[in-house]
Design a binder for this molecule. Structure first.
Ligand SMILES: *Cc1c(COP(=O)(O)O)cnc(C)c1O
Ligand code: SF4
Length: 450
């Protein structure tokens, strides 16, 4: 089947040809030409890991973003392809034995389900907490309301991505575990909730990736917000990695122009539309289509902010962040958050100690101008809120970590500085201890943080 080729010409003379969306998963790994040229031992390891952790990658990422002469170190390869170290040795060995023995799919699926349970599929109580209820007391599927001013919405058609990140903290919903799915197709319930909660100024549409939806589906959630009863919703944020994984969404896909017109309509009607773009490496910004996509989104009047986690094997280097932020700023993207990798999935492979994370952040900031110093971080999205590591300090002979909440379940905690004992190894909030002489952190007194 051949499809029509569409051409996009930008005013500066560049041109981008459309591309058919062709995607591979763990069952079609062997059909990726570049993969089949890798050494057999490496391919075996990757098959084993892909049977536990989600794997999905499209041809644009394979052909334009990955540098196949730099395998396995290439950051985009690490970002999308399974690596042996992503499973603990014991888990890897058990799954490897099944593969060696030629086990059938059901046996593999059974062990995969067991191994996934050991990977903390829902960090920071994503399922139990922050689930809003409607008038009838029923939990509203697909909504999360943790911080007063912002509601997260997970439209059911947007619960996948154009490729999967190997470190994804939402990985559990991609491996078909229905119980773990946070999803909704109910625009009406979401809208009713927003009408009942005028304290909410921001609607954050997230996923997966909402940009996998057709424009007409996205419109069904966005357009009603233009009615006067949603005046309290001032900011519509859309979280996406499509600018990296499938920039054609904004340039040459059949409904790309419709999408841009939709964003433009929202902006013209007075909403601030903020695209919260997930980026991990400056290489993601390097292709002509990625740049055309950014330019076209900006032309709608939407703003672009960037966020992404700090990850070993991908971007644990101040120069990578400095260059990422510098290039983003020159393309009109505002750096917003540097996250600490969450305590889930292949975390042990990607984690960076908090002290080291702060050093990378500090050194990256030192290398950029003030315009690029807008990223907050390194920030942990933990149960009590988003906690930022502010630095290492010393008070009366005790070495300490200075921290603060940038977002909190309890609004009174926001911006409150606090301290933890210095710990060069700790990688998450729950590993930190209060300073000498204190038996708990101030936020641990609040029963809501349990
Ligand atoms: C980060 C986050 C938000 C948005 O926080 P901002 O600091 O306003 O960007 C909202 N809800 C949840 C659950 C979050 O993790
Ligand atoms: S784009 Fe976001 S939701 Fe999708 S796999 Fe990557 S981190 Fe997960």
């Amino acid at each position: 089947m051949s499809s029509v080729i569409r051409l996009f010409r930008d005013p500066a003379g560049g041109r981008v040809e459309s591309r058919d969306f062709k995607v591979f998963n763990e069952r079609s790994l062997d059909r990726i030409a570049a993969f089949s040229r890798l050494p057999e031992a490496m391919r075996f390891d990757m098959r084993v890991v892909a049977s536990v952790l989600p794997f999905r990658v499209n041809e644009y990422v394979i052909e334009e973003l990955i540098d196949w002469s730099r395998i396995p170190e290439d950051p985009i390869f690490q970002l999308t392809f399974p690596q042996r170290g992503m499973l603990e040795p014991e888990a890897f060995e058990r799954m490897a034995q099944l593969h060696r023995a030629g086990a059938d799919r059901s046996e593999i699926a059974l062990l995969a389900a067991e191994l996934r349970q050991g990977l903390n599929p829902h960090p920071a109580g994503q399922l139990e907490f922050n689930r809003p209820r409607g008038d009838d007391g029923q939990i509203i599927e697909g909504l999360q309301h943790k911080y007063r001013e912002t509601v997260l919405f997970f439209p059911s058609q947007g619960q996948t991505c154009h490729s999967y990140c190997t470190f994804c903290f939402r990985w559990a919903q991609f491996v078909g575990d229905k119980e773990l799915r946070i999803a909704s197709n109910q625009a009406t319930e979401m809208l009713a909730y927003l009408r009942a909660h005028p304290e909410v100024s921001d609607l954050l549409i997230t996923g997966g990736d909402p940009m996998v939806m057709k424009t007409r589906n996205l419109a069904q959630y966005l357009e009603p917000l233009l009615a006067p009863e949603y005046e309290s919703i001032r900011n519509i944020r859309i979280g996406t990695k499509a600018l990296t994984f499938w920039p054609y969404r904004f340039v040459t896909d059949a409904d790309a122009d419709d999408l841009l017109r939709l964003l433009e309509r929202m902006v013209t009607a007075g909403k601030n539309v903020a695209i919260m773009a997930h980026y991990n490496h400056w290489r993601e910004l390097d292709t002509p289509v990625a740049r055309a996509a950014i330019r076209r989104v900006r032309e709608t009047g939407a703003t672009l902010r960037s966020q992404g986690p700090l990850l070993a094997h991908i971007n644990d280097d101040p120069d990578v962040w400095a260059r990422l932020w510098r290039e983003q700023v020159s393309l009109g993207i505002h750096p917003y958050y540097m996250f600490v990798e969450r305590d889930t999935g292949a975390r042990h492979y990607f984690e960076v100690p908090l002290v080291r994370a702060w050093e990378i952040y500090r050194d990256a900031l030192r290398g950029v101008s003030g315009l690029a110093r807008t990223a907050r971080g390194p920030s942990m999205s933990a149960g009590p809120g988003k906690v930022e590591i502010q630095g290492v300090t010393e008070f009366r002979g005790e070495k300490l970590l200075a921290l603060r909440f940038v977002q909190a379940r309890n609004p009174e905690w926001v911006q409150k500085p606090f301290f933890a004992r210095y710990d060069a190894e700790a990688t998450w909030l729950d590993q930190l201890r209060p300073p000498r002489g204190e038996d708990r952190f101030f936020f641990e007194d609040d029963s809501a943080t349990a």
